[in-house]
Write a protein that binds this ligand. Sequence first.
Ligand code: HEC
Length: 164
Amino acid sequence: MKKNIIVILAIITGFLVSTGFTPGRFSADAGVPYPEGYRMWTHVKTGLIGPSSPSFQVSGGYHHIYANAKAMQGYTSGYFPEGSVLVFDVIEAKEQNGNTLEGERRHSDVMVKDSLQYAGTGGWGYEEFGGDSHTERILTATVRTQCVACHAKKDDKVFSEFRK
Ligand code: HEC
C-alpha cells in the first residue's frame, strides 16, 4: 500500500515537472519580468507631461509607449492576447539652447497580460523599474492599487492608441 502511494506521488511529481509547474507560478504577486529588449519593439506613441499636470511629480517629462508583437495585435483588435507586454518609458525633459531634449530615464512602467497569474489585478501584472535598472522594483503595494484602479476604466485596461 505504502509503495503504491510512493509510486503515485512520483508519477504526479514527474508530471508537474514535465509541464514546467513551479509552486510560485500561480501566486498572485508573481513578479512581472523586466521587458528585455523593449527598445527594439514597436513604438506606439510619445507624450510630454508638463509642470501643470498632476502627474508631473512622478512622471514629468517624455513618455514613450512600446508594445511587443502580441500587444500590437491588441491595438488592432481591441483585445490584448496573453503574453502582451506594454512599456511606459519615462525620460526627463531638459532645456538646452532653446531646445527640449531627452535626459535621464526616470522609470519604466510595465504591464504584462497573464489572466491566470494576475487574476487579482484584472488579468494584467503591473510593475515599475527605477531609472535604467532591470532589477530595482520601485512599485509599492499601495501604488499598484492606483495603477490597477485607473487602468480599470479602459476596455482591456489599455489607454493608449497606436499613432499612425
Ligand atoms: C490616474 C490614471 C493612471 C494611473 C494611476 C496609472 N496610469 Fe498608466 N496610463 C494612464 C494613461 C492615461 C495612459 C496613456 C498615456 C498616453 O496615451 O500617452 C497610461 C499608459 C500606461 C501604459 C501603456 C499602456 C496603456 O495603457 O496605454 C503602461 C504600461 C502604464 N500606463 C503602466 C502604469 C503603471 C505600472 C502604473 C502604476 C505605477 C500606472 N500606469 C498608473 C493612466 C494611469
